[in-house]
Write a protein that binds this ligand. Structure first.
Ligand SMILES: Cc1cc2nc3c(=O)[nH]c(=O)nc-3n(C[C@H](O)[C@H](O)[C@H](O)COP(=O)(O)O)c2cc1C
Length: 200
Protein backbone atom coordinates (compact mmCIF):
# COMPACT_ATOMS: atom_id res chain seq x y z
CA UNK A 1 0.00 0.00 0.00
CA UNK A 2 1.01 3.65 -0.33
CA UNK A 3 -0.60 6.77 1.05
CA UNK A 4 0.12 10.50 1.09
CA UNK A 5 -0.20 11.73 4.71
CA UNK A 6 -1.17 15.20 3.46
CA UNK A 7 -4.53 13.67 2.51
CA UNK A 8 -4.70 11.31 5.53
CA UNK A 9 -6.31 8.57 3.41
CA UNK A 10 -4.43 5.48 4.57
CA UNK A 11 -7.59 3.37 4.41
CA UNK A 12 -6.63 1.45 7.57
CA UNK A 13 -8.76 1.14 10.70
CA UNK A 14 -6.13 3.13 12.65
CA UNK A 15 -3.58 5.76 11.60
CA UNK A 16 -0.34 3.74 11.17
CA UNK A 17 2.07 6.68 11.71
CA UNK A 18 3.28 5.96 15.24
CA UNK A 19 3.70 2.26 14.35
CA UNK A 20 6.10 3.14 11.52
CA UNK A 21 9.00 4.54 13.56
CA UNK A 22 9.55 1.97 16.28
CA UNK A 23 10.73 1.36 18.89
CA UNK A 24 10.95 4.97 20.08
CA UNK A 25 12.89 5.79 23.24
CA UNK A 26 10.84 7.70 25.79
CA UNK A 27 12.22 10.93 27.19
CA UNK A 28 10.67 11.25 30.63
CA UNK A 29 11.03 15.00 30.97
CA UNK A 30 11.16 16.76 34.33
CA UNK A 31 11.14 20.54 34.69
CA UNK A 32 10.24 23.31 37.10
CA UNK A 33 7.64 25.99 36.49
CA UNK A 34 8.47 29.65 37.04
CA UNK A 35 6.56 29.34 40.34
CA UNK A 36 8.73 26.34 41.31
CA UNK A 37 6.19 23.53 40.75
CA UNK A 38 7.83 20.31 39.55
CA UNK A 39 6.54 18.75 36.33
CA UNK A 40 7.10 15.31 34.84
CA UNK A 41 5.78 13.86 31.56
CA UNK A 42 6.77 11.27 28.93
CA UNK A 43 7.66 12.25 25.36
CA UNK A 44 8.34 9.56 22.75
CA UNK A 45 9.04 11.94 19.88
CA UNK A 46 12.43 12.05 21.55
CA UNK A 47 16.01 11.14 20.76
CA UNK A 48 19.70 11.94 21.04
CA UNK A 49 20.80 14.14 18.13
CA UNK A 50 24.50 14.68 18.81
CA UNK A 51 27.23 12.78 20.64
CA UNK A 52 29.94 15.42 21.14
CA UNK A 53 28.71 17.56 22.74
CA UNK A 54 25.68 15.46 23.73
CA UNK A 55 22.36 16.98 22.62
CA UNK A 56 18.80 15.65 22.85
CA UNK A 57 15.48 16.71 21.34
CA UNK A 58 11.82 16.12 21.95
CA UNK A 59 8.72 17.46 20.31
CA UNK A 60 5.62 18.80 21.99
CA UNK A 61 2.27 18.62 20.21
CA UNK A 62 1.03 22.00 21.40
CA UNK A 63 2.64 24.15 24.11
CA UNK A 64 2.30 21.75 27.01
CA UNK A 65 3.53 22.40 30.57
CA UNK A 66 6.97 20.88 29.89
CA UNK A 67 7.64 23.24 26.98
CA UNK A 68 6.24 26.25 28.87
CA UNK A 69 8.48 25.47 31.88
CA UNK A 70 11.57 24.81 29.78
CA UNK A 71 11.15 28.05 27.84
CA UNK A 72 10.65 29.95 31.11
CA UNK A 73 13.59 28.42 33.05
CA UNK A 74 15.93 27.27 30.26
CA UNK A 75 16.41 23.85 31.89
CA UNK A 76 15.07 20.31 31.96
CA UNK A 77 16.02 16.73 32.80
CA UNK A 78 15.55 13.59 30.72
CA UNK A 79 14.96 10.60 32.99
CA UNK A 80 15.27 7.09 31.55
CA UNK A 81 11.97 5.24 31.45
CA UNK A 82 12.38 1.57 32.39
CA UNK A 83 10.14 -1.48 32.52
CA UNK A 84 10.05 -1.27 36.31
CA UNK A 85 8.74 2.32 36.16
CA UNK A 86 6.14 1.84 33.39
CA UNK A 87 3.06 2.28 35.59
CA UNK A 88 4.42 5.43 37.23
CA UNK A 89 5.37 6.78 33.80
CA UNK A 90 1.84 6.22 32.55
CA UNK A 91 0.40 8.14 35.51
CA UNK A 92 2.65 11.11 34.70
CA UNK A 93 1.15 11.34 31.18
CA UNK A 94 -2.22 12.48 32.62
CA UNK A 95 -3.39 15.90 31.41
CA UNK A 96 -3.40 17.78 34.69
CA UNK A 97 -3.19 21.44 35.68
CA UNK A 98 0.23 23.12 35.79
CA UNK A 99 -0.11 23.37 39.58
CA UNK A 100 -0.07 19.55 39.90
CA UNK A 101 3.31 17.98 40.66
CA UNK A 102 3.32 14.69 38.69
CA UNK A 103 6.09 13.29 40.91
CA UNK A 104 3.58 13.40 43.77
CA UNK A 105 0.75 12.15 41.55
CA UNK A 106 2.77 9.03 40.64
CA UNK A 107 4.35 8.56 44.09
CA UNK A 108 7.85 9.14 42.74
CA UNK A 109 10.70 10.40 44.89
CA UNK A 110 12.72 13.36 43.60
CA UNK A 111 16.49 13.66 43.63
CA UNK A 112 18.52 16.85 43.24
CA UNK A 113 20.46 17.67 40.10
CA UNK A 114 23.93 19.22 40.01
CA UNK A 115 23.89 21.70 37.13
CA UNK A 116 20.15 22.44 36.81
CA UNK A 117 17.50 23.30 39.39
CA UNK A 118 14.85 20.89 38.03
CA UNK A 119 14.56 17.64 40.01
CA UNK A 120 15.17 14.19 38.59
CA UNK A 121 13.38 10.88 39.18
CA UNK A 122 15.37 9.17 41.94
CA UNK A 123 14.35 5.68 40.78
CA UNK A 124 15.43 6.26 37.16
CA UNK A 125 18.82 4.61 36.55
CA UNK A 126 19.88 7.36 34.12
CA UNK A 127 19.11 11.09 34.16
CA UNK A 128 20.40 13.74 31.77
CA UNK A 129 20.56 17.33 32.99
CA UNK A 130 19.84 19.62 30.03
CA UNK A 131 20.07 23.31 29.16
CA UNK A 132 17.60 24.56 26.54
CA UNK A 133 19.43 25.26 23.30
CA UNK A 134 16.48 26.29 21.16
CA UNK A 135 12.83 25.58 20.48
CA UNK A 136 12.07 25.31 16.80
CA UNK A 137 8.66 25.78 15.22
CA UNK A 138 7.97 24.09 11.89
CA UNK A 139 5.96 25.02 8.84
CA UNK A 140 4.52 22.36 6.56
CA UNK A 141 5.32 22.45 2.85
CA UNK A 142 2.02 24.29 2.20
CA UNK A 143 3.08 27.00 4.67
CA UNK A 144 0.75 26.11 7.55
CA UNK A 145 2.24 26.08 11.04
CA UNK A 146 2.86 22.60 12.41
CA UNK A 147 1.27 22.00 15.84
CA UNK A 148 4.44 20.43 17.25
CA UNK A 149 7.53 22.42 18.25
CA UNK A 150 10.91 20.73 18.62
CA UNK A 151 12.94 21.45 21.76
CA UNK A 152 16.69 20.93 21.66
CA UNK A 153 18.74 20.62 24.83
CA UNK A 154 22.45 20.38 25.55
CA UNK A 155 23.29 17.72 28.14
CA UNK A 156 25.35 19.28 30.93
CA UNK A 157 25.14 16.54 33.56
CA UNK A 158 24.74 12.77 33.40
CA UNK A 159 23.64 10.57 36.31
CA UNK A 160 24.11 6.80 35.98
CA UNK A 161 23.19 4.41 38.77
CA UNK A 162 26.18 2.28 39.78
CA UNK A 163 23.75 -0.67 39.91
CA UNK A 164 23.50 -0.82 36.08
CA UNK A 165 27.25 -0.64 35.38
CA UNK A 166 28.94 -4.00 34.81
CA UNK A 167 32.59 -4.27 33.71
CA UNK A 168 32.62 -0.55 32.88
CA UNK A 169 29.58 -0.75 30.58
CA UNK A 170 25.86 -0.11 31.01
CA UNK A 171 24.08 -3.46 31.22
CA UNK A 172 20.85 -3.35 29.18
CA UNK A 173 19.46 -6.39 31.00
CA UNK A 174 19.68 -4.44 34.24
CA UNK A 175 18.37 -1.20 32.69
CA UNK A 176 15.42 -2.76 30.81
CA UNK A 177 14.59 0.50 28.95
CA UNK A 178 10.95 1.11 28.07
CA UNK A 179 10.15 2.05 24.49
CA UNK A 180 7.04 3.19 22.67
CA UNK A 181 5.56 1.25 19.76
CA UNK A 182 2.47 2.09 17.71
CA UNK A 183 -1.08 2.39 18.99
CA UNK A 184 -1.14 1.71 22.77
CA UNK A 185 1.80 -0.70 22.70
CA UNK A 186 5.17 -0.61 24.49
CA UNK A 187 8.23 -2.87 24.52
CA UNK A 188 10.89 -3.47 27.14
CA UNK A 189 14.37 -4.00 25.74
CA UNK A 190 15.86 -7.06 27.43
CA UNK A 191 17.40 -9.04 24.55
CA UNK A 192 20.75 -7.99 23.15
CA UNK A 193 23.22 -9.25 20.55
CA UNK A 194 26.55 -7.75 19.48
CA UNK A 195 27.48 -7.06 15.84
CA UNK A 196 30.75 -5.43 14.77
CA UNK A 197 31.01 -3.11 11.76
CA UNK A 198 32.94 -4.32 8.67
CA UNK A 199 36.69 -3.58 8.91
CA UNK A 200 37.13 -2.13 5.36
C1 LIG B 1 4.61 7.02 26.28
C2 LIG B 1 4.07 8.38 25.95
C3 LIG B 1 4.72 9.17 25.02
C4 LIG B 1 4.27 10.47 24.74
N1 LIG B 1 4.92 11.21 23.81
C5 LIG B 1 4.51 12.47 23.55
C6 LIG B 1 5.23 13.28 22.61
O1 LIG B 1 6.23 12.88 22.01
N2 LIG B 1 4.77 14.54 22.39
C7 LIG B 1 3.68 15.04 23.06
O2 LIG B 1 3.33 16.20 22.84
N3 LIG B 1 3.00 14.30 23.95
C8 LIG B 1 3.39 13.04 24.22
N4 LIG B 1 2.71 12.28 25.14
C9 LIG B 1 1.60 12.89 25.88
C10 LIG B 1 2.13 13.73 27.05
O3 LIG B 1 2.89 12.94 27.95
C11 LIG B 1 0.93 14.33 27.80
O4 LIG B 1 0.25 15.23 26.93
C12 LIG B 1 1.31 15.03 29.09
O5 LIG B 1 0.14 15.38 29.80
C13 LIG B 1 2.14 16.28 28.86
O6 LIG B 1 2.48 16.79 30.13
P1 LIG B 1 2.95 18.27 30.42
O7 LIG B 1 1.81 19.18 30.00
O8 LIG B 1 3.17 18.25 31.90
O9 LIG B 1 4.20 18.52 29.62
C14 LIG B 1 3.12 10.97 25.41
C15 LIG B 1 2.44 10.15 26.33
C16 LIG B 1 2.91 8.87 26.60
C17 LIG B 1 2.17 8.01 27.60
Amino acid sequence: MFYDPRNDVHGLAHNPWTALIVPRPIGWISSLSEKGVANLAPYSFFNAVSGVPPFVMFSSAGRKDSQINIEATGEFVVNMATGDLKDALNITSASVEAEVDEFELAGLEKADCINVRAPRVKAAPVALECILNKAVSLNAQDGTKVRSDVIFGEVVGIHISDSVIVDGMLDIKKLRPLSRLGYMDYAIVDEVFPMSRPKT
